[in-house]
Design a protein around this ligand. Structure first.
Ligand code: NAD
Ligand code: MG
Length: 399
């Protein structure tokens, strides 16, 4: 994977929030004559209309939808263009396998795992937004990337911040990683009100505009828990040295503390186009259309400790990473099922963490492998976690 000259690009999940922001950065760079990027492949789940529009603008050689039943719709939507199309999970993996230097992994959930691995196996640089794939398969993903020799470029704003200030030559001189959290839309809500929170209230994030699943994860603060596990895989630092700090303004995106007491931070406006641009040009820089930070206007930066009582997801993720083995994959699977069920109004907001805890309790009583070193083991753990969560959702819904 090279970083100079024309970079060939694939975007997995191009119709989502991160996918669209990635295309916005590319468009901006192109408009300035700043960079030579060549979009080779784009993928979506079901949104044929938007995928076809993107194809018209960026002229990739291949586009794919995950939903097989949309094969003909996609073909006819671009029949006047010279573009290959595909449908189904295998087609999304094919998009990841096409010859590119850089792949944006921006599919939501464990569904992004196999395509991300396909891209990693051939040594492409991986811009990783899809945190769930590190949570459920961190060992597997990191081993594949290391073996094939591509770079892992974290897109998640916290990890991107740490990546920019982390001294990879002296990781033993790092004493702490401080992950900042906005606290989400319910940061100041009492538990009784959170119990009644609706999907619309949960997805209304105060600072960031994001897909539905990560927005709910921010509301439960499961997002920060998933990010703790993500950070422990990306950076050579024990998870005990990773802390969470609530910072409602989302200006400081995270920090690294060194043994001499120095704390290095990366700051910016809450706009994902900045971290995306960082991964796109790395180790160079490319302009991004994100608004500039005006600290005089922000005026005040505040901080508070996280409240584990109101946000039990933070405790659950610590327990899962401490236990290791199948627990993080079970946690992720349970949370995905519970969040989807909440969005479908089958369960209440506080049930999301409650169901995740039930799945962890039951999983912890089984004898799983001590670490998940194969894709098969990951898929087993994921499937099992989902099945248990569905059962607990059904029980809640019937109650
Ligand atoms: P989103 O829901 O807006 O977009 C998800 C994308 O994945 C869409 O293109 C969708 O078509 C595709 N997709 C969904 N299910 C799929 C499936 N089963 N198979 C193939 N494709 C599928 O989500 P998003 O907010 O862009 O988030 C994407 C990932 O990035 C998530 O893992 C999220 O946690 C992470 N992330 C997002 C942000 C953000 O600001 N949005 C910030 C940090 C990390
Ligand atoms: Mg984040």
């Amino acid at each position: 994977a090279g970083s100079t000259g024309m970079r060939k690009i694939a975007i997995l999940g191009s119709t989502g929030s991160i996918g669209e922001s990635t295309l916005s950065v590319l468009e901006h760079a192109e408009g300035l004559g700043e960079a030579n990027f060549n979009v080779v492949a784009l993928t979506a789940n079901k949104n044929v209309k938007r995928l076809a529009e993107q194809a018209r603008q960026f002229k990739p050689e291949f586009i794919a939808v995950a939903d097989e039943t949309l094969a003909n719709d996609l073909k006819s939507a671009v029949s006047d263009l010279d573009i290959e199309t595909g449908a189904g999970a295998a087609a999304v993996e094919e998009a990841a396998s096409r010859d590119t230097d850089w792949v944006m992994a921006a599919i939501v959930g464990a569904a992004g795992l196999k395509p991300t691995l396909k891209a990693a196996e051939r040594g492409a640089d991986i811009a990783l937004a899809n945190k769930e794939c590190l949570v459920c398969a961190g060992e597997v993903v990191m081993a594949v990337i290391k073996k094939a020799g591509g770079a892992l470029l974290p897109v998640d704003s916290e990890h991107n911040a740490i990546f920019q200030v982390f001294d990879f030559n002296q990781p033993e001189r790092v004493s702490r990683l401080i992950l900042t959290a906005s606290g989400g839309p319910f940061r100041t809500w009492p538990l009784e009100e959170m119990a009644q929170a609706t999907p619309a209230q949960a997805v209304a994030h105060p600072n960031w505009s994001m897909g539905a699943k990560i927005s709910v994860d921010s509301a439960t603060m499961m997002n920060k828990g998933l990010e703790l596990i993500e950070a422990a895989h990306i950076f050579p630092v024990e998870h005990e040295k990773i802390e969470i700090l609530v910072h409602p303004q989302s200006v400081i995106h995270s920090m690294v503390e060194y043994v001499d007491g120095s704390v290095l931070a990366q700051l910016g406006t809450p706009d994902m186009r900045t971290p995306i641009a960082t991964t796109l040009a790395w180790p160079d820089r490319t302009p991004s259309p994100s608004p500039r930070l005006d600290l005089a206007e922000v005026a005040k930066l505040t901080f508070e400790p996280p409240d584990i009582k109101r946000f039990p997801a933070l405790r659950l993720t610590r327990e899962a990473i401490n236990a290791g083995g199948i627990m993080p994959a079970a946690l992720n699977a349970a949370n995905e099922v519970a969040v989807a069920s909440f969005l479908e109004r089958k369960i209440k907001f506080l049930d999301i963490a409650a169901i995740t805890e039930q799945v962890l309790d039951r999983t912890g009583r089984q004898n799983g492998p001590a670490s998940l070193s194969t894709l098969e083991e990951v898929i087993d753990a994921d499937t099992q976690g989902r099945r248990m969560a569905e059962e607990f959702v059904a029980a809640k819904a019937a109650a």
